[in-house]
Design a protein. Structure first.
Length: 340
């Protein structure tokens, strides 16, 4: 069996271009500087790679924004995408499905509860069998960090990491960047400060955002309880760490609120809900301390009344639902750039 190199890149595709029209023949398609064979993490992507995907997502966004026009791209016609989700998901799985449909691709779904993994089959054997059925790409969510990487070393089709344990969630990071780019009308975040709030220790979203935001020039601040935001690992990634949420409010251009992942807690991580609310919940009072146009984000699912109250979550500065919409266009860009 042919194996890909461990870096996850197909070297023969470096400096390649994409010439297929996206929606209409008159559209100009951005040219990539690097074509990753798999999308496993943002740590490995350059700023140029990220900007290429954001620009490609821009060209797809009208299809997502105006669903009642029933328009689709035919870029992935005759292709089939496989969703292999071994953890629960709402937004990510449906977003990938919708992205594939808008590209005219077929979609097959597999979850651990309805698959042979419940009978003892390994994730790798499952992936190899699905590949043998002729699918064009595998989208994998798994509770174990590194599982998509292991699959990517053995298959001959693109693998997209849809979240692996506490490691990374690259398309969530990319869609957050795309949402900010759209609202700020620039993909250069130099001079911008983004504060990520909450359970950073257990968050794959936070790790992807730390990498992506800094590559586009932003300053990243992390805040939360000391047990959930340890300093050394994240300061080593280039982020600033503070355990005082209130002191970050006046300087933040965007807030990314994270849920508390109680399912991943150890005894050393325990903090009461009330203590968390008092120190780190985004309330209306805290919202008043923000700059007038500070953007409020959340990757979902939200726990209203815990990490964020309804007033800021539904207020005029909230772009939480915009993230969901932008996520479909971003995932269209990822699928097309890897498959074609």
């Amino acid at each position: 069996m042919q194996r890909r190199n461990d870096s996850g890149y197909q070297n023969s595709n470096l400096q390649s271009s994409i010439n297929t029209p996206i929606i209409t023949p008159t559209m100009t398609t951005p040219q990539p500087t690097l074509r990753p064979r798999h999308l496993l993490n943002l740590a490995d992507l350059s700023a140029a790679d990220i900007r290429f995907l954001l620009n490609l997502a821009d060209s797809y966004y009208p299809l997502v924004k105006n669903p009642h026009h029933n328009e689709k791209s035919t870029d992935l016609k005759n292709h089939c995408i496989a969703n292999l989700f071994f953890e629960d998901s709402t937004r990510t799985r449906i977003s990938f499905t919708r992205a594939a449909q808008l590209l005219s691709a077929d979609v097959v779904d597999l979850t651990s509860k309805g698959s042979s993994t419940s009978k003892g089959e390994t994730t790798i054997d499952t992936a190899l069998n699905i590949e043998a059925m002729g699918v064009s790409a595998l989208i994998i969510r798994h509770p174990s960090a590194g599982a998509p990487h292991q699959v990517a070393r053995l298959v001959n089709i693109p693998v997209i990491n849809a979240g692996d344990g506490r490691h990374e969630h690259p398309t969530q990071g990319l869609l957050d960047l795309f949402t900010l780019k759209t609202h700020w009308q620039t993909d250069d975040f130099t001079g911008k400060t983004i504060t990520i709030v909450g359970d950073i220790k257990n968050s794959r979203v936070a790790r992807s955002n730390i990498h992506g935001l800094q590559k586009l020039g932003a300053k990243v601040i992390l805040t939360g309880p000391p047990t959930l935001v340890p300093k050394s690992p994240f300061e080593n990634m280039g982020a600033q760490v503070t355990h005082n949420f209130d002191e970050t409010l006046p300087c933040s251009d965007a807030l990314i609120m994270l849920r508390i992942q109680f399912e991943r807690f150890t005894n050393s991580s325990i903090i009461s809900r009330e203590d968390y609310r008092l120190g780190y919940a985004l309330t209306k009072d805290r919202e008043r301390k923000l700059k007038p146009h500070t953007l409020i984000m959340h990757p979902g699912p939200m726990n209203r009344g815990l990490e964020i109250n309804s007033e800021p979550a539904d207020g005029e500065n909230s772009i939480i639902l915009h993230q969901v919409t932008h996520g479909v266009a971003l995932r269209m860009a990822v699928l097309r750039s890897l498959i074609l």
